[in-house]
Design a protein around this ligand. Structure first.
Ligand code: F6R
Length: 618
């Protein structure tokens, strides 16, 4: 969490850094700050609040914005409450060094005590201020250059970090380093300027050349010179290669929509197509996926697949469990990465671990992968962000190709993750012979129709808005589904809670009787998925049980449904498809519903409170 950005070169640095911070706000947005170096002085502006609050303050003192070097930060608090003082950047005691930091220094308290005993005074509650003073102390003790001091200091800390450090007495360089939190460096023409950021979005209009640091690497960025990268722990020089960025400016802008979330909901027909493009050749009856093809024996001989993920990606993993077991007949377990990594799980070399992550940076998922690898399992990744830590840490994988997802609430990541899982399930089912040829071909044909069906479904927006109006003031909601759509019920509830702050729970419909039914009264809206091929009669009985206790039913049904229509208070129809593919459709109305309710309640849809898009701390 937290976004960091920086610039060193010949342009005005403030607008570049502030614009970069706006693009990185998805990573955290409880406070923001910037340091601009004007050639002699380091001007610091920082505040609790969003980047827009920072700009308002900066605009009152334009002189402070002048200079060609700047570093900035948008925060998601870990140590110390969000307030002006705890906001980054942080100065060292002498005022010579300044730092921005994304991550957590776990042993900061011990280091702080040591520094206090040496006369250091601290102004904030942050671990970051401890780190910058440690660097200063190490520099003083060893009488060394900034790069060396950063390296020596980092060897004393435990935790996770992406940092950028600047020394006003050496104003032609910035030092960056990473362990567990991402950092990208944009390289300008002839090394005359450099950009630093948590991801490449802050600098795509300036350069397409980027270097991504790996864990335990640091870089000395010096004007007019090639970037020098070395290992933090053993000083090895690293030959870091420059990558050409594929990202475009258009992809990270709202494109006429009010919020990224609604833009991303509407992007799903294209995102799903992009996910299977080149992989699913429906007319030829082929699914190609290099990461699976190259390791097909491992997949076919796997005794078990363990899926690890968090949040929405975990919900996609649950859909994957239903798909893989149903189609490919491989036993699957789905684990919260945060639990898996700490519970001494049984993992053998005959297991395949599939890690799912939109950002590819989720700390718990990354740790689960490392654990699985250490036990000899083959680890396959499903990620959206190209070149992300998880994509690099896994042994093979498949990108979802959904394009940047900026809204904090995950939407197109979910449907594209399910698309990848469907392709893998079908591919393995074909290879294992657990699905007949005709069923395999039928699925491919139906899968090909999904993007058009999602597009059609998106036209129900007005109807969903009407339903949102009726239920926006509910205090609690239930979401019910069965089989393939049980995970969609969980996801629907998560979407509502995270952006509208309405309490919601997802349950398998039949579990109602085992407790949650006690909650039902005339004030309780219950969203039920009742597709025609998915245990339909059973779900209808569940709906009857709710109705007879005066609950309000909002049902998602298949086009042409008659039975549920008669009982439910509202129905939303989805186009007909195979039950295994319905999660790609049933989830759409829930996304729209959460979006409209949150907008009606005046919530900040793209930046819900307390959340961040990329959870790089455990
Ligand atoms: C919910 C949401 C989160 C993420 C979770 C995992 O809308 O976005 O629950 O799904 O933090 O993130 P990734 O997929 O990036 O590992």
């Amino acid at each position: 969490m937290c976004g960091i950005t920086g610039y060193i070169g010949t342009r005005k640095a403030y607008p570049i850094v502030i614009n970069g911070l706006r693009r990185l706000e998805y990573r955290g947005y409880d406070s923001a700050g910037v340091m601009v170096f004007d050639g002699s002085k380091m001007n610091l502006i920082k505040t609790k609040g969003k980047v827009s609050d920072l700009e308002l303050i900066a605009n009152k003192d334009p002189q402070k914005k002048e200079g060609n070097i700047a570093i900035g930060h948008t925060r998601w608090a870990t140590h110390g409450v969000p307030n002006d003082v705890n906001s980054h950047p942080h100065f060292s005691q002498s005022g010579d060094l300044v730092i921005v930091h994304n991550g957590i220094i776990e042993n900061y308290d011990t280091i702080k005590k040591e520094l206090v005993s040496r006369g250091y005074k601290f102004h904030s509650d942050t671990d970051t201020e401890v780190l910058v003073n440690l660097i200063e102390e190490v520099k003083k003790q060893n009488n060394c250059k900034l790069g060396k001091a950063v390296q020596l200091a980092l060897n004393q800390v435990t935790g996770a970090y992406a940092i950028a450090v600047f020394d006003r007495t050496k104003p032609n360089e910035i030092i960056v380093a990473r362990l567990g939190s991402p950092i990208a460096i944009g390289v300008g023409k002839n090394n005359e300027e450099f950009f630093i950021a948590s991801d490449a979005s802050p600098f795509i209009e300036f350069t397409k050349d980027a270097i991504y640091l790996e864990d335990e690497e640091m870089a000395i960025i010096k004007l007019g010179r090639d970037i020098r990268v070395r290992k933090i722990h053993d000083d090895t020089i690293v030959n870091a290669s420059t990558q050409e960025l594929q990202l475009s400016l258009e992809q990270i802008e709202k494109g006429g929509y009010d919020h990224f979330m609604i833009k991303e909901i509407h992007e799903q027909p294209k995102a799903i197509t992009d996910t299977y493009r080149g992989r699913m050749l429906a007319d030829q009856g082929i699914i190609r996926m290099a990461g699976v093809d190259d390791n097909i024996e491992k997949f076919l001989n796997a005794e078990r697949i363990i899926i690890v993920a968090c949040g929405t990606s975990w919900h996609a993993g649950l859909v994957g469990e239903y798909l893989l077991e149903d189609m490919a007949r491989i036993p699957v377990e789905v684990e919260y990465a945060s639990e898996f990594r700490y519970r001494n799980p049984i993992i053998t070399p005959k297991d395949i671990v599939i890690a799912i992550s939109q950002s590819g940076e989720t700390a718990d998922t990354l740790a689960a992968i490392k654990l699985a690898k250490s036990k000899g399992a083959f680890v396959f990744g499903i990620c959206n962000v190209v070149g992300s830590s998880i994509a690099r840490e896994t042994m093979a994988g498949a990108y979802t190709h959904a394009g940047p997802e900026i809204g904090v609430a995950s939407t197109k990541a979910f449907t594209t993750q399910i698309t990848v899982l469907t392709l893998i399930s079908l591919k393995l089912a074909k290879a294992k012979g657990t699905l007949s040829n005709s069923a395999f071909h039928m699925y491919l044909q139906k899968m090909q129709l999904i993007p058009a069906k999602v597009k059609k479904l998106l036209q129900i927006d007005e109807k969903v808005k009407e339903i949102a109006k009726v239920y926006k003031d509910a205090k609690n909601c239930l979401y019910l589904g069965r089989g393939f759509n049980f995970p969609v019920a969980l996801e629907g509830a998560l979407k509502l809670k995270e952006i509208s702050y309405i309490h919601a729970e997802g349950y398998p419909a039949a579990e109602m009787k085992h407790g949650p039914i006690a909650l039902i009264d005339e004030n309780m809206p219950i969203f039920v998925i009742a597709t025609n091929k998915g245990h339909y009669e059973k779900v209808v009985s569940n709906i009857q049980e709710i109705k007879s206790r005066s609950g309000k039913i909002i049902a998602i049904v298949t086009e042409g449904d008659v039975t549920v229509k008669e009982i439910a208070d509202h129905v939303i129809e989805i186009p007909e498809t195979e039950e295994a593919l319905t999660p790609l459709l049933t989830t759409i109305p829930f996304q729209l519903l959460s979006y409209h309710i949150a907008v009606m309640l005046g919530k900040n849809v793209d930046q819900p409170r307390n959340l961040a898009k990329s959870v790089t701390v455990e």
